[in-house]
Every structure is written in C-alpha cells, then in structure tokens.
Design a binder for this molecule. Sequence first.
Ligand code: NAP
Length: 270
Amino acid sequence: MESKQKTVLVTGASSGIGLLVASKLHENGYKVIGTSRNPEKYLAKLPYKLLPLDLNDDHSIVSFGQLLFSQIKQLDVLVNNAGYLVNGLAEETPIELGRQQFETNFWGTIKLTNELLPYLRKQKHGKIITLGSLLGLVGLPNVSYYAASKHALEGYFKSLRFELNQFNIKVVMVEPMSFKTNIGESGTVATGTIPAYDTFRQKVTAYTKSTFDNAPDPAPVIATLLQTIKEKNPKFSYPVGKGSSIALLLQHFFYKVFEKSILKSVNASK
Ligand SMILES: NC(=O)c1ccc[n+]([C@@H]2O[C@H](COP(=O)([O-])OP(=O)(O)OC[C@H]3O[C@@H](n4cnc5c(N)ncnc54)[C@H](OP(=O)(O)O)[C@@H]3O)[C@@H](O)[C@H]2O)c1
C-alpha cells in the first residue's frame, strides 16, 4: 500500500539496472517515471512513462525538471542511475574522453540533482539514491576515469547527505561490483597508442573482458535498490556483490595484499 503512494524517478531506465529496477517498482505498485535519451525507441515496450533526458545537455536537464513537475506533484525517490563506462589505460585515454566521462557520470548527475532539489526541499522529504560503483571505493586498472568519476560522486553525496538532513531528504549510494548489463557494449574504449604498454594492455583487456563475460545477473543490485527505497532511515553506503566486503576490507587494511591479488589476476589473463 505504501508503495502505491510513492513516485520514483529512475534515470537511464531503458537498459540494464535502470530498466530492471523501474520494471520491478512498477510491478510492485510504485508510480515510476523513467528517462532515456531516446524515449521513442523504447516507449511502446515499457509499462512505465519514459521522459527524454540527456545528462550531457544542460537544456535537456532544465526542460526535464519542468516537464516532470508538470506531470507529478511529489517526487519521493530520485534514483540517479544513468551512466556509462570509459575503458582504457589511463595514459592512453585522451583527456577529452575522460572529460566526457565526468560530464555524464559526475556533472550530469549533480546538475540533475540540483535541478530537482528545490522541489524536494519544498516538499520536505525525499530520497536520492545514486548508483556509484565498487569502483567508487576501490581502484582497478583499465577504468581510471570511470573509477575517478564514481569516487567523485561518493565524495559529493557524502557531503550533501549532511546538508539535506535538515530537509528530511536521505542521501544514499549503491555501489555494485560487476553485473551483466549493457554497460560493456554501451561504453567507450580508448585505443592503445603507446607500445610500452602493449603486453600489459593485452592482459588487462583480457582481464576486463573476462570480468564482463563472467559477471552475474544484476538481481542483487535490484534487491538492494528496492531495500533502500523502502527503508525509512537508510545508511549512506550499500556495496553489492559477492566478494565486495572482502575487497573493501583488503584494500582498507591490507592494501598490498589487495594490489598483489589484482596484479596476479591481470598477469594470468590471456
Ligand atoms: N553493470 C555494472 O556492472 C555496474 C557496476 C557498478 C555500477 N554500475 C552503474 O549502474 C548504472 C547503470 O548502468 P548499467 O550497467 O545498467 O548500464 P546500461 O545497461 O548501459 O544502461 C545505462 C543507462 O544509462 C543511460 N544513459 C547513458 N548515458 C546517458 C546520458 N548521457 N544521459 C542520460 N542517460 C544516459 C542509458 O539510457 P539511453 O541510452 O536510453 O539514454 C541507459 O538506460 C551506471 O551508473 C553504472 O555506472 C553498473
């Protein structure tokens, strides 16, 4: 019954985690609004409303906010899910690709949150749940800009949580390990340009590919999102995935052990 009264906005609800969580919420009786850069491509297939939003376009963010609140009176939960992945070795990734990664994953998410915050503050309640990543807590090779963009989100929302407490707005991060979605295909891969990296690049590319190929179904992420949506007083951080607690523990207390195990896996990859 409580779910029927809640309106949830899920950005990037055309694919992967966003599509699954929006569908599940709709099934459970929530009023769901999703977003996509190309809603017309998906609308007919989806049971929930899909509005146009491009996080890389300031006009799109402003028009989206206006359109959204012309259609709803109250927004209970914002799920900042939209994002993508830039793959490649740090030195070989053109700065422009790194900038674009931040433009979407960090700045786009922040701009959208700012656009909606006046409404949330006015209604004096709400929840902002952002898809970080375990890579927002841990660094790995071949994903430096992605990891940096997710680390930046962690820091930003950690601060924002204190500031929004007075307005009864809860701020939460969900930090999944690798799960099977379209993130591998929808992202960008930087081209190798520096011969000195040839051997390492070959191994780390195989390591990344095997991580994608062996990634599990994202059901645990969806379950965690549903839990944080329902919870009255959620924590700040929700890492999700088998081995996430061990990875965090190792990198926190035994960094050299963590580093050694990653390098060992990369070097063994073909
Ligand atoms: N899958 C994983 O292993 C994993 C792990 C940790 C964190 N995450 C995070 O989970 C979130 C969802 O990723 P996913 O794995 O479900 O990937 P996905 O299947 O590729 O879906 C990404 C979604 O983001 C939207 N999107 C991408 N760029 C956008 C932009 N510029 N403006 C607006 N929307 C945009 C896409 O919508 P349109 O193309 O329709 O616009 C799509 O619906 C991301 O933030 C990702 O970083 C994923």
